[in-house]
Design a protein. Structure first.
Ligand code: CAO
Length: 560
């Protein structure tokens, strides 16, 4: 078991960068390559991965600290210290003659280091991917230029992203983009051709980052100064001191555009995987930097909002209504809604949002029906049964359902089938002090006017005294909502799903109507038929309502 010191690796020339996130805590067991901290300069966010697997013994830095290469990050207790390879040569340097000054080996890799001015005026430069510090097949996530664009030396050309780093690849020369050889989504490795730039002036190209020009090629190939070198382990000055290793994963000096959102590569990758637009996420870190926790919080909020919407609004995601403080306008009382009221509200909302409603209107001439009904008055008194227009409506609707079976259906939830009902149970909306209730009168087609009238009275009474059983309110095929006793000339009833039709009945009025050539006063009953246009088409609805009106015009037909 050895104790290792993990230090800040070469930051590609950057120093005094801020630690903006500690990804681990004391006692954590980490694997090789796992992110330890995130540092950020004014140009880049960089994750520093662990150079070895082990247990974190002590973290020596805090968020907000400023660090440079060689600073101690933490002590790690592991089974073995991995062998640290020598820094691989930069892409270009393999082809270059050995430097006379061996001490320049490290500094050569620094973007700005040892730049030499090379005469490249009016030449076409082939810009290739530089050493990515060992990373391979890194995805291009953003192309920042187009052919014809003028770029200055150092201007960003593309942004690449591995699972550990977002890297902006700057142009090594000033000039005009002639050709772009890549597309968003292309995977690039060191040496891949990115663009051809017509250089308009002398460009300072770091000697060590120049790529070899293919023999016979007129164009020079240059690597953009982007990837940081891999730093060798520093030999411990004191043999008794724990060995010091630097992070061996390359980190890139230039990351995401500072003008866009602040987020580390891991967060960006996670956001891409989850399909989250980071611009919508509120960062809690310095400079509003987005941490993984911010992403999780954002997703929690999205899930909560959509669950709230689906609870009250079916599957549709509709914008929430703004909260209004009504007390600012005058005195108010806040009265809790009854359970029944809330249930009704949810059912209405669900139906309105899920079902494409169409409402069709007509007036039935019930002059004869009313005359007949009034003629029943002595019997009503004798039987102690009140007969309103409603039982006739129930009978007429039952007959219309039989005649137009398209209305006596429900749709299967998967939208694949229609359930055709062979029974006729009709719901009746009842206005009660506690709220709206819809008891169901079963087998309406098999019952007479007296029986139906008795049942209407009994059900209405049960509803108003809260004595309805669940079974009294189940199994409806269609609903009648009669507001005739209350008033109004017409309304749009909301379908009582999973039924597909509802009849609204408004207040009977005496109107002048032509019967043939003769104008006469008639008792006209306004009817409004709402139907689910997924199940019923306009033709069916027209036939249904016309048939209903015909039956009510002459109730003798009901007994045929
Ligand atoms: N036009 C004119 N008068 C009508 C009428 C109409 N369309 N329908 C009924 N009436 C008359 C009745 O004949 C009765 O008159 P009398 O007292 O002179 O006999 C009076 O209005 C009251 O009738 P009612 O309401 O007691 O009886 P009903 O059979 O017509 O209705 C019931 C029963 C339970 C459906 C009804 O009381 C009720 O609650 N209706 C409200 C339904 C409702 O709220 N719908 C809206 C749902 S969406 O929010």
């Amino acid at each position: 078991m050895s104790k290792q010191t993990v230090t800040i690796p070469d930051l590609g020339g950057a120093s005094d960068v801020e630690v903006i996130e500690l990804c681990v805590t004391n006692g954590d067991t980490v694997s090789e390559g796992q992110s330890l901290i995130v540092v950020e300069s004014d140009k880049a966010s960089m994750e520093v991965p662990s150079p070895a697997a082990g247990k974190i013994v002590s973290i020596e830095i805090s968020e907000g600290n400023t660090v440079s290469e060689g600073d101690i990050i933490l002590y790690l207790e592991g089974n073995s210290v991995p062998a640290v390879p020598d820094a691989p040569p930069a892409s270009a340097s393999e082809e270059e003659p050995a430097s006379e000054d061996s001490s320049s080996a490290v500094s050569d890799n620094s973007p700005a280091a040892d730049a030499v001015v090379v005469p490249v005026a009016q030449a076409i430069e082939k810009i290739v991917v530089p050493d990515l510090g060992g990373a391979d097949q890194v995805e291009v996530i953003e192309i920042m230029v187009s052919p014809g664009d003028a770029v200055a030396e150092g201007d960003g050309l593309i942004v690449m992203e591995s699972d550990k780093a977002s890297m902006e690849m700057p142009s090594p020369v000033a000039g005009v983009i002639e050709v772009l050889h890549i597309q968003s989504g292309t995977s690039l490795s060191e040496g891949d051709l990115v663009a051809e730039i017509q250089v308009t002036a002398s460009a300072a190209v770091p000697e060590s980052t120049k790529a070899a020009t293919a023999p016979g090629s007129a164009a020079a190939a240059v690597t953009a100064p982007v990837a940081a070198p891999i730093e060798s382990a520093a030999a411990p000055a004191d043999e008794t001191a724990p060995p010091t290793v630097s992070a061996q994963r390359p980190i890139s000096p230039s990351a995401v555009d500072a003008k866009t959102v602040y987020a580390g590569p891991a967060v960006r990758k996670l956001a891409r995987e989850l399909g989250v637009d980071l611009a919508r996420v509120k960062g809690s870190g310095p400079k509003s930097r987005i941490a993984k926790q911010d992403l999780h919080n954002y997703l929690k909020e999205v899930v909560k909002t959509s669950a709230a919407n689906s609870g009250s609004a079916g599957a549709a995601a509709i914008p929430a209504l703004p909260e209004v403080d009504f007390s600012q306008f005058g005195e108010i009382d806040v009265v809790p809604m009854s359970r029944l009221h809330k249930l009704t509200a949810a059912n209405m909302h669900r139906s309105w949002l899920n079902v494409p409603h169409v409402t069709q209107y007509d007036d039935a001439d019930i002059t004869e029906l009313e005359a007949f009904r009034k003629s029943l008055k002595p019997q009503m008194e004798k039987r102690n049964i009140k007969v309103s227009p409603l039982p006739f409506l129930l009978k007429a609707v039952a007959a219309a359902l039989q005649e137009n079976p398209a209305f006596n259906v429900s749709l299967s939830n998967d939208g694949e089938s229609i359930i055709q009902k062979k029974y006729i149970h009709i719901g009746m909306a009842v206005d009660t002090p506690a709220g709206l209730m819809v008891p169901v009168i079963k087998d309406v087609d098999k019952k007479g006017i007296w029986e139906l009238s008795e049942e209407i009275m009994a059900m209405a009474e049960k509803a108003r005294t809260r004595k309805l059983q669940a079974s009294d309110m189940q199994g409806g095929c269609f609903t009648i909502s009669s507001l005739g006793g209350i008033g109004g000339q017409g309304f749009t009833p909301i379908i009582n799903t999973p039924e597909v039709g509802i009849l609204g009945v408004s207040k009977l009025t005496t109107k002048p109507v032509y019967k043939g050539d003769v104008l006469m006063p008639r008792k006209m009953l306004p009817l409004s038929l709402s139907y689910d246009h997924r199940a019923v088409n306009g033709g069916d609805a027209g036939r249904f309502l016309t048939y209903l009106v015909t039956l009510l015009d002459d109730v003798r037909q009901l007994v045929l």
